[in-house]
Design a protein around this ligand. Structure first.
Ligand code: SAH
Ligand code: SF4
Length: 435
């Protein structure tokens, strides 16, 4: 989501006549797009800002700003505390970047803009993307914000309530990105399987519409969507993914914990059995589907028994990947305000490393079980390390490496391969032919 917001901000700046440069030292304005999900992300931005302080103080034409979740959460206070910070724009105000820069040039006093605004209505021409795709990957936000208020999570307070965009607008944007060169488009939402539920539509209907409107001329070969909340995944959605070859059979469906007690305290709206039932539903409809998950270790009150329940879930679920985070209390969240952060950091780290090792063992055995199977790969290009080797990604988002015949350029094409060898993170394959 932040990557897309950065691209949208760059697009707004380019529209206003600015130029995006590759090297920070060539820039006369530096803007950090910030994250607030964990405290560590905020600390990193503060240290990056401090590194530029000297330059800001010695060069009167240099400007330093922040946008995104940390700006939304703490921008006002940061502007007061850090005199070398020129401006801060919240999560729904960042398309006003050109405006605030022009104002500052003319001695304007406004340095912070926060709170509600419809980002899509700030002069960005979504139908004509220019700065939008890095290589062949495009991102399209289908909804913004979140209404779930999981007890640990800052997202609803910094990104606001859930708002779905009209399907027609989304389909037009996907098409424009494809025409501009994107081969794979990822639809984004914090809780994407709740898309459109208030307007009587659904993510399944949206996927069908985008798929039906894609043509051979667009060159759109793959669609992905993240992130799925386990509670809202429906049989209709899974059956739609199964029915549309263009939609990758991959679900990012964070469990967060394997312990019922902790899931309840997190306010996730499902228990362990409910989560496992959704995994079973997906595997029942699409036997070779990939499922990735997120976990938080060291949530307030998490005992060793609770952790063992999480460990067991990872051992038995055959996830393609697990993103594992140490619990970080976020100001204003229910967990931070009412529950003691009582798992020592050393223990959080131990559980984090242990769970990573469990997932790594799952990846190794998963890889072994894929040897001999056929995979459909979107070819991304030549490997940086070895010019004879090419890289691509499978539907499950696994990295695939293979050799391409001399002189052939398969970049952006779908290729069928057979897996010959696998490590925890990479599948070594033999090309069978373009799909
Ligand atoms: N909307 C997505 C996740 C958004 S945040 C969802 O509901 O799945 C991305 C991940 O960060 C979450 O899945 C969670 O695992 C982690 N996370 C969120 N708040 C956190 C916190 N306070 N401490 C540690 N990890 C957190
Ligand atoms: Fe945060 Fe929960 Fe919303 Fe995900 S669903 S963004 S974890 S509140």
């Amino acid at each position: 989501m932040n990557k897309l917001d950065s691209e949208l901000a760059a697009e707004a700046l380019v529209d206003a006549g600015h130029v995006v440069v590759d090297d920070e030292s060539d820039a006369d304005t530096v803007v950090f797009n910030t994250c607030s999900v964990r405290e560590h992300a905020e600390q990193r931005v503060l240290s990056r800002l401090a590194q530029l302080r000297g330059r800001r103080e010695s060069d009167p034409d240099f400007r330093l700003g922040i946008m995104g979740c940390f700006a939304e959460r703490d921008g006002e206070e940061l502007l007061g505390r850090l005199p070398y910070l020129d401006f801060a724009l919240g999560t729904r105000q960042f398309l006003r970047l050109p405006e605030i820069l022009a104002d500052l040039d003319h001695g304007g006093a406004v340095r912070g803009l926060f709170g509600d605004a419809d980002v899509e209505q700030h002069g960005i021409d979504l139908a004509h993307p220019r700065q939008r795709h890095s290589g062949m990957q495009g991102f399209v936000s289908v909804m913004r914000g979140c209404d779930n208020w999981c007890s640990y999570c800052i997202v609803p307070s910094v990104r606001g309530g859930e708002v779905s965009r009209p399907a027609g607008e989304i389909a037009a944007e996907v098409k424009a990105l494809a025409l501009a060169g994107a081969r794979e488009v990822t639809l984004l939402g914090q809780n994407i399987d709740a898309y459109g539920k208030r307007d009587g539509t659904s993510l399944a209907a949206l996927l069908r519409r985008i798929d039906a409107e894609a043509t051979a001329d667009d060159g759109l070969v793959r669609l992905r969507f993240v992130t799925s909340h386990p509670r809202d995944i429906s049989r209709e959605l899974v059956e739609t993914v199964a029915a549309l070859p263009r939609v990758a059979s991959h679900f990012h469906m964070p469990a967060q914990s394997g312990s019922d007690r902790i899931l309840h305290a997190m306010g996730r709206g499902y228990d362990r059995a409910g989560y496992e039932a959704k995994v079973a539903l997906i595997c029942d409809v699409i036997p070779n589907a990939g499922i990735a998950s997120d976990f938080i270790v060291g949530f307030p009150g998490e005992t060793d028994d609770d952790y063992q329940a999480t460990r067991h879930l990872v051992e038995t679920s055959n996830f393609t990947n697990s993103f594992i985070f140490k619990y970080s209390p976020r100001p204003g969240t229910r967990a931070a305000e009412t529950m003691a952060d009582d798992v020592p950091d050393l223990e959080k780290r131990r559980r984090n490393n242990d769970l990573l090792a469990v997932q790594n063992a799952v990846n190794e055995s998963r890889g072994r079980s894929l040897v001999g199977t056929r995979q459909r790969v979107l070819v991304e290009g030549v490997s940086g390390r070895d010019a004879r080797r090419w890289l691509g990604r499978s539907e499950e988002n696994l990295i695939c490496v293979f050799e391409v015949p001399e002189g052939a350029d398969w970049t952006g094409k779908l290729l069928d391969v057979e897996v010959e060898r696998a490590t925890a993170l990479t599948l070594y394959c033999r090309p069978l032919g373009l799909a």
